[in-house]
Design a protein around this ligand. Structure first.
Ligand SMILES: [Fe+2]
Length: 359
């Protein structure tokens, strides 16, 4: 009798469709030194949602999960090829040079603010991929319009597919991610801020979105103070690196008149950058290109990944090197103590070029 009842119950259990599909990746992240995590994003099922009584079409929200595997024991400065999902998808990545091989050439790309105008995001990615697979990329945030919207991440991953499967991905958290758990889960991030080494370079990536830290002002301040203490210690302990770079989403200065006083907590970090001999910083949030030089530090803003362009109507006097309201990305070629930076606009033209020499 018991068994019969159980069988009857099972008969009416809804079954989950087996229509799984890979909607993102594969891509590689390196959140822990000496490891590489290959991730791909799987859509298991979906929710179809419509306002009651509405005649507008229902919206489909995917149920997503990440599949991943972490590799250790990798050789330095080596390219690895991989396949995932029983060989269905292929990717490759290169490991960082050994610390004692500072002259190994490295090429990386900085870009960001890909969150809207998907057709423009796609065109920027086409130019970026055409430039050749970089050793790694830094995505300075605002990957999607709203980090909580599950329907937006498959679009992001679709447009970024070709880039992501041939490089290593280091993201920063933008305000549009809204501190969403999707950012951390899908992009395999342990914390909103972190640092990493690549050859003779040290990178400190900040979580600049202080308003999203907490609903409580006191807690926001305490968390930001903790992050700034971490940054100072991180820079202090990496004074032996040839290059020190800081990245994040909100920039310390702006050529957009209505945004000039926008991020005082980042502007307040500039004395720290000077004290610990940071040579260049990379930001997003302003949807254009901006390059400043102040007290020997280059400040680059590249928010040109697809979000609607902003004017550069009030470039700060005395420090402005170049500003342009155009979609763009930054390529950085490193040869030991010499760096060549080339900024490319969406049409493939060169927007800016800079040579840096480490002292
Ligand atoms: Fe932003």
């Amino acid at each position: 009798m018991h068994i019969k009842r159980a069988a009857l119950f099972l008969l009416f259990l809804p079954t989950v469709s087996s229509a799984q599909k890979i909607i993102g990746g594969p891509f590689v992240t390196m959140q822990v030194r000496g490891t590489a995590t290959i991730t791909w994003i799987v859509q298991d099922s979906e929710a179809t949602v419509q306002q009651s009584g509405s005649t507008t079409p229902a919206k489909v929200y995917p149920a997503l999960h990440t599949e991943k595997t972490t590799l250790t024991g990798l050789a330095p400065n080596s390219r690895y090829d991989y396949t995932v999902a029983n060989g269905a998808l292929k990717g490759s990545f290169k490991t960082p040079p050994a610390a004692n091989a500072p002259d190994t050439p490295v090429r990386f790309i900085v870009y960001g603010d890909t969150r809207t105008r998907h057709d423009v995001h796609r065109r920027v990615m086409e130019q970026l991929v055409k430039a050749g697979a970089p050793d790694f990329v830094i995505d300075n945030g605002d990957q999607v319009e709203n980090g909580y919207d599950a329907a937006l991440w498959p679009i992001f991953f679709d447009i970024e597919r070709e880039l992501l499967r041939q490089t290593v991905y280091f993201p920063a958290l933008g305000n549009h991610e809204r501190n969403s758990s999707y950012y951390f889960e899908l992009l395999q991030q342990r914390s909103g801020y972190y640092s990493f080494d690549w050859g003779n370079m040290h990178f400190s990536i900040l979580n600049t979105d202080k308003p999203a830290f907490s609903t409580l002002a006191k807690e926001r301040d305490a968390l930001w103070d903790e992050e700034v203490r971490w940054l100072e210690q991180d820079l202090l302990e990496h004074q032996d690196a040839t290059w020190r770079f800081v990245g994040g989403h909100h920039p310390p200065m702006s050529a957009v008149a209505r945004r000039q006083e926008g991020n005082p907590h980042i502007t307040a970090l500039m004395p720290l950058f000077e004290k610990y001999k940071v040579q260049a910083t990379f930001w997003g949030h302003d949807h254009n290109y901006q390059h400043y030089l102040q007290k020997g530090i280059h400040y680059f803003t590249s928010g040109g990944g697809g979000a609607p362009l902003y004017d550069v109507d009030k470039p700060p006097a005395g420090i402005t090197q170049k500003v342009a309201s155009v979609e763009n990305f930054i390529q950085i070629e490193v040869h030991g103590s010499a760096i060549h930076i080339k900024v490319t606009a969406i049409d493939g033209s060169t927007l800016d070029e800079v040579d840096l020499k480490a002292k």
